[in-house]
Design a binder for this molecule. Structure first.
Ligand SMILES: *Cc1c(COP(=O)(O)O)cnc(C)c1O
Length: 311
């Protein structure tokens, strides 16, 4: 296969986040091409599609998944169409077009963009549709971050902290832990209260849709996690953890000050778990935070959140 589209990102200790008696390190996926971990799984899926003769890539996300798909398609020389809901920021549409993507604006919500993609895919067998979180190839690609940890860590971490939207990243991490023989590493799955679909699913033992998504962590705002995300919590130790929006914003601010990197609230939330030395960390000594990154944030947006939450 052609060479990977993602890069090996640094695993950094950031002194201001050190905790007494623990080792904490940050996997710096904000540095990935297209600005988030998404290129890991999406790049992997697009490369596979190209090798099996796909003629076009299709994506349904006005967020980081769409950008990663547009970047991947351009690198592989494949044409791409991205269907985005009408609420997508004009800046994002401009970024997608700058990567050479054809952009179709359709519907008010992601579900409608997703439905149109399924129709388009059914009408043309040459199209590979990249689901933003529910695809085995995607998880296989996200798992690369654990392969890198296996090279970068001198001993097995006992905890990986990650955020959860649709659950593709978490599922990929669990797959990566398994394929590296790290089944005993626990996963702390962080959500904000307005989109805690994994926590609810784990409590109910089945998928429960969140009726009203309400969070500044927009990349986590999936109505429900994929079944595969819930399923892997039955075979692997996954601890659900809810972080308030205000703390996620505070996490972004401190991460900017200390890691000099601007990230979405979806990334500020797992950072806040360490910043606040939350009780849930008590049993763990060797901790890795998966910093997912994200493009949908600027200084102006961060300042507006600070105002909103009094941070
Ligand atoms: C997509 C995304 C997430 C959530 O990933 P899932 O696979 O949907 O759980 C978290 N953070 C950022 C920045 C993302 O782009």
């Amino acid at each position: 296969m052609s060479k990977p589209l993602h890069i090996v990102t640094p695993l950094l200790e950031i002194p201001a986040f050190n905790l007494p008696g623990k080792r904490v390190r940050f996997k710096m996926d904000p540095y990935q091409p297209a600005g988030s971990f998404k290129i890991r799984g999406i790049g992997h899926t697009c490369r596979k599609a190209k090798e099996t003769g796909a003629s076009r890539i299709l994506a349904s996300s006005g967020g980081n998944a769409g950008l990663a798909a547009a970047y991947a398609a351009r690198e592989l020389g494949l044409p791409i169409t991205v269907v985005v809901p009408s609420l997508t920021a004009p800046e994002t549409v401009a970024k997608l077009r700058a990567f050479g993507a054809e952009v179709i604006v359709h519907g008010d919500f992601w579900d409608q963009a997703h439905s149109l993609c399924l129709e388009m895919q059914a009408a043309d067998p040459g199209i590979t549709y990249i689901h933003p979180f529910d695809m085995p190839d995607l998880w296989e690609g996200h798992a690369s971050l654990v392969d890198e940890l296996a090279e970068q860590c001198d001993s097995q971490p006992d905890l990986i902290i990650t955020s959860v939207g649709g659950g593709g990243l978490m599922r990929g991490i669990v797959e990566g832990l398994h394929r590296n023989g790290w089944d005993s590493t626990h996963v702390l799955a962080v959500e904000t209260p307005g989109c805690d679909s994994l926590r609810r699913a784990m409590e109910a033992g089945e998928l429960v849709p969140v009726d009203k998504l309400d969070t500044v962590a927009k990349s986590l705002a999936a109505r429900q996690v994929c079944q595969a995300a819930l399923d892997c919590t039955r075979t692997h130790t996954v601890i659900p953890c809810v972080v308030e929006d205000a703390r996620a914003v505070a996490g972004c601010v401190k991460f900017l000050d200390e890691a000099h990197t601007l990230v979405e609230a979806a990334c500020g939330a797992p950072v806040a778990v360490v910043m606040d030395n939350m009780e849930v960390l008590a049993p763990y000594q060797n901790i890795v935070v998966e910093c997912c990154g994200g493009n949908s944030v600027t200084m102006a947006i961060l300042n507006a959140w600070r105002e909103q939450f009094g941070v």
